[in-house]
Design a protein around this ligand. Structure first.
Ligand code: C2O
Ligand code: CU
Length: 564
């Protein structure tokens, strides 16, 4: 009987494979303009037969909307945390003030609206947003909180590239999950998922037109790297790295994409037969130990059904050409002016170290992350050279906030061809070092730091993270400010708009928090623009406390107001 059941199970599994049980790739919704509403909610998804899986999502979906930003615009985001837990939302790759960054310091308590805003200065490329709450990043990212950011600019718009979203311009967020017996995600003690999710779709397939198609690929994993390629080994062309277009399309047949890295590629389906299929795969077998996802074994914290194997990321069916297809590969893209080692005036070395005995597995320079410990101070407008050395037995990644950097060398030899462009994450194989050059422009803040960390969320949560402040030494310190500007609130009671007026016309607010009567934070406004007042129409009637931190003195003063 046992044997018959076993044979039957095999037949069923095999039949499942033969009939190719693919699901249509989810293309995330889009939001554009300059005002964005993001609601972080608990939700669920039918990801496999049986129980639905409890997930979280931005605007109700495991993997939320794609935000389109235009370079030069000032974007305002209302992040409304409807989760039961605190969280943060980080704009990965964006160059912005630290107080808007959404790192571990910009905690959004449940029920609170956080309103960051910034001027988009990044190059056209693919970025993303995700939670960054210390020690909770793996759990919250595993649940599905995150989404793409696509920045557009004039240089990119002038190029003959595919850019019809969802048609010939397809975002692909690559990740995997492990499920327990009731189909709940396993979100701790689990570095690698067992089942692929592409934009949250299991066994995803997509129809792509018979022409050049742009794929914007993000490794949104916890730890696994992907050695990407196509089942017919076709050549594809890298056109962007993390932070912008490269100078000319870079032809490759395989490409390693580590956690947090993005790449946009052009793939030519022009000579494929209409109705034929090709798979995009992860060729993850055959790597030496140390490749993230190369560990042996199928179970346990470091095992996985997908480890050390080749698996399908996306099944592609070739469909009819669109009405205005891109049929030629552009020969040139942009002219990047990369910094070199000679431009750097400060040199730093960071070592990946084995965490404290009995403590967490890894850290930097034997210093585990502490929320109120600033590890580095960078001077504004300085070009620095950072060398990250990993003498551990396992590969890692290194990600830095605030800047896009230029990778200039690796101890293992030449850089991969596709590492030429601007980046904010690098893969750091075992027993190797990598050196980059970056310029720390525009935003100084001696209080709110930026992060650098391994982007493996179990490592980041475990303390493999540090932080730096960017300080402006040229700012006028001979004029000490010893007085905090007074301010008043009007009208009070207020109904929709609450105005803040300073006694000193030069004064401004570094931070405003609005707390209700029982001390719960309901609004968080970093560096609020106060000329049009604060929109309090979403508050329910009652008594509130507005806490204003003065920009110059950083002293916080509290005032009461009534919402009617
Ligand atoms: Cu993608 Cu510090 O993060
Ligand atoms: Cu790591």
């Amino acid at each position: 009987m046992k044997n018959i059941t076993f044979a039957l199970t095999l037949i069923l599994l095999f039949a499942g494979r033969l009939s190719a049980q693919y699901n249509t790739l989810w293309i995330p919704d889009t939001l554009s303009g300059t005002n964005f509403n993001l609601n972080l909610v608990d939700t669920f998804a039918q990801l496999r037969p049986g129980n639905q899986t409890i997930t979280a999502g931005v605007n109700n979906k495991f993997w939320g909307p794609t935000l389109f930003f235009n370079q030069g615009d000032t974007v305002h985001v209302n992040v409304h945390n409807y989760l039961n837990d605190s969280t943060t939302l980080h704009w990965h790759g964006m160059h912005l003030p630290a107080v808007m960054d959404g790192g571990p310091h910009q905690i959004i308590p449940p029920g609170t609206i956080w309103q960051p805003y910034w001027r988009v200065t990044n190059n056209a490329a693919t970025y993303w947003y995700h939670p960054h709450l210390h020690e909770m990043t793996q759990e919250q990212m595993s649940k599905g909180l995150g989404g793409f950011i696509i920045v557009r600019d004039a240089a990119e718009a002038a190029l003959p590239l595919p850019r019809t979203y969802g048609v010939d311009d397809i975002p692909l967020a690559l990740t995997s999950r492990r499920y327990d017996a009731s189909n709940a995600f396993v979100t701790t003690q689990c570095s690698y998922g067992d089942y692929m999710l592409t934009n949250g779709t299991p066994d995803a397939e997509v129809s792509l037109p018979k022409q050049f198609v742009r794929l914007r690929i993000l490794n949104a994993e916890m730890e696994r790297a992907y050695n990407l390629g196509f089942s017919d080994n076709r050549t594809f062309y890298v056109i962007t790295t993390d932070g912008g277009l490269v100078n000319t399309p870079i032809p490759v047949t395989r490409l390693i994409l580590a956690v947090g890295e993005r790449v946009e590629i052009l793939v030519d389906f022009g000579s494929d037969i209409l109705g034929s299929s090709v798979d995009m795969n992860a060729y993850n077998s055959g790597f030496a130990l140390g490749f993230p996802g190369g560990e042996p074994g199928t179970t346990g914290e470091f095992g996985s059904l997908l480890n050390n194997t080749t698996f399908t990321i996306l099944h592609i069916n070739v469909a009819s050409t669109t009405s205005s297809p891109i049929t030629l590969l552009p020969s040139a893209l942009v002219n990047n002016n990369y910094w070199t080692a000679g431009d750097a005036t400060v040199t730093r070395n960071i070592n990946v170290t084995n965490g404290n005995p009995g403590g967490q597995p890894f850290d930097f320079d034997n210093t585990p992350f502490v929320l109120n410990n600033i590890n580095k101070t960078v001077n504004l407008n300085t070009i620095e050279q950072w060398t990250i050395t990993n003498n551990q037995v396992f590969g890692h990644t290194f990600h830095i906030h605030d800047v896009e950097f230029k990778l200039i060398s690796r101890s293992t030899g030449a850089l991969a061809s596709y590492e030429e462009g601007w980046k904010d994450v690098l893969y750091l194989p075992r027993s190797s070092s990598a050196t980059f050059v970056a310029r720390f422009d525009d935003y100084s803040d001696s209080i709110h730091p930026f992060m650098y960390h391994c982007h493996f969320s179990p490592h980041e949560d475990g303390g493999m993270m540090g932080q730096f402040v960017v300080v402006d030494n040229t700012s006028n310190i001979s004029d000490p400010v010893n007085e905090t500007a007074g301010f008043s609130l009007y009208p009070n009671p207020a109904n929709t708009i609450l105005n803040v007026s300073f006694s000193d016309p030069d004064a401004s607010a570094y931070y405003i928090t609005i707390n209700n009567q029982v001390g719960k934070t309901v609004y968080m406004l970093p560096r609020p623009e106060l000329k049009n007042g604060i929109d309090i129409s979403r508050l329910s009637k009652g008594i509130y406390f507005l806490q204003l931190t003065d920009e110059k003195t950083k002293i916080t003063t509290s005032k009461i107001f009534v919402k009617e």
